[in-house]
Design a binder for this molecule. Structure first.
Ligand SMILES: [Zn+2]
Ligand SMILES: [Zn+2]
Ligand SMILES: [Zn+2]
Length: 275
C-alpha cells in the first residue's frame, strides 16, 4: 500500500488564514514543508481519506485525476475533513465524462445526513446517480475492492462518533488516526489484537502534552510504547505524526529532526510512504 499525505494541517491551515502569530510568520518565512493545507490523504492513488475545502488545491498541486475516485472515507464532520458542498461538483453540469460515474462516501450517521442534505439542496436531478452516502458502523469491517476497512472510535467530539480507520490490503495494515485524543477503551481493546505496519496519529499540539480531542507528541510516545509492549507494532512499523496546528507552535523544520530522533516521521504536504 502507498499513502500520500495531501494536506497535513488542522482546521486553521498553517499559516492560518487571518493569523500573524510567530509560528505562522515563521512558516511564511521558511515556506516549503512548513506550509500545511487542510487534512487529506490518498491510498494507492485511488482511496481518498477526507474531503476538506483544500481538495481542489490538492488536485492541482499533486496532478491528481479525481474523476477516477470512486470511494472516500470520511473521519468526522469538522469542516477541515468534510466540506459537502464540493461533493456536488461530481454531478453534471459541474463535471462530465468521469472515469467513474459515482462516488461512494463512507462515514458515520452525521456524514450521511449532511451529505444527503447537500444533495437534496443541490437542485440537481438524479444527483443520487453521482453520489452515494454509505453509513458504516463502528468496529464492523467492510470491503472496498481489495481493501478491508474497520472504523474505530476516536476521542474527538462529545456529540458525534468520530472515526479513525484501520485499512488492510494484501496482509499489510495501517491505522489512520486523525482526529483523536488518547484512544477510548473499545478502540484500545481492538488495537491490542491487531498488528500494524504503519500508524499515523494526530499531533495537533506539537510538543505540548494533550490527551483529549487531539494529541501532542508526549502522548503519542506513550501510545507507541504501549503498542510496542503489546506486540501490535514492531521496530519496522512506521510511526507518522500528522495534523498540525500553529497552536502547537513548532514548524516542520524544527519538529522533524527532533521527532526523527524519537522514531517518528513528521508528515508534510506531499509526503509519500509505502508499506
Ligand atoms: Zn481536524
Ligand atoms: Zn498563527
Ligand atoms: Zn476534528
Amino acid at each position: 500500500m502507498k499513502i500520500q499525505y495531501l494536506g497535513t494541517a488542522a482546521a486553521d491551515g498553517w499559516p492560518a488564514l487571518f493569523c500573524k502569530c510567530a509560528a505562522c510568520e515563521k512558516a511564511r518565512k521558511y515556506g516549503g514543508k512548513n506550509i500545511r493545507s487542510r487534512s487529506q490523504s490518498i491510498i494507492d492513488d485511488c482511496l481518498l481519506i477526507d474531503m476538506p475545502p483544500d481538495t481542489y488545491y490538492h488536485t492541482l498541486q499533486y496532478n491528481l485525476d479525481f474523476s477516477a475516485i470512486g470511494h472516500i472515507l470520511i473521519t468526522h464532520s469538522h469542516e477541515d475533513h468534510f466540506y459537502p458542498a464540493d461533493m456536488i461538483l461530481k454531478a453534471e453540469p459541474y463535471a462530465y465524462f468521469g472515469e467513474v460515474p459515482n462516488i461512494c462516501v463512507y462515514g458515520n450517521s452525521t456524514i450521511s445526513s449532511m451529505l444527503q442534505q447537500a444533495m437534496d439542496g443541490s437542485g440537481i436531478d438524479h444527483i443520487e446517480d453521482y453520489i452515494t452516502p454509505v453509513q458504516v458502523k463502528l468496529f464492523v469491517p467492510f470491503t472496498i475492492g481489495a481493501y478491508t476497512i474497520t472504523p474505530l472510535l476516536a476521542d474527538h467530539m462529545p456529540n458525534e462518533d468520530c472515526y479513525i480507520y484501520c485499512i488492510e490490503k494484501d496482509g499489510k495494515r495501517l491505522l489512520y488516526g486523525h482526529d483523536t485524543g488518547m484512544f477510548p477503551p473499545q478502540t484500545a481493546d481492538y488495537l491490542e489484537q491487531t498488528f500494524f505496519n504503519l500508524v499515523s496519529l494526530d499531533c495537533t499540539f506539537g510538543l505540548t502534552p494533550w490527551e483529549h480531542g487531539h494529541l501532542g507528541l508526549p502522548n503519542i510516545i506513550e501510545i507507541k510504547e504501549k503498542m510496542l509492549r503489546q506486540g501490535c507494532v514492531d521496530q519496522q512499523t512506521q510511526f507518522v505524526i500528522n495534523h498540525f496546528s500553529h497552536n502547537g507552535k513548532v514548524i516542520h523544520d524544527d519538529l522533524a529532526p527532533h521527532a526523527a530522533r524519537l522514531g517518528f516521521i513528521t508528515a508534510y504536504d506531499g509526503l509519500t510512504l509505502h508499506i
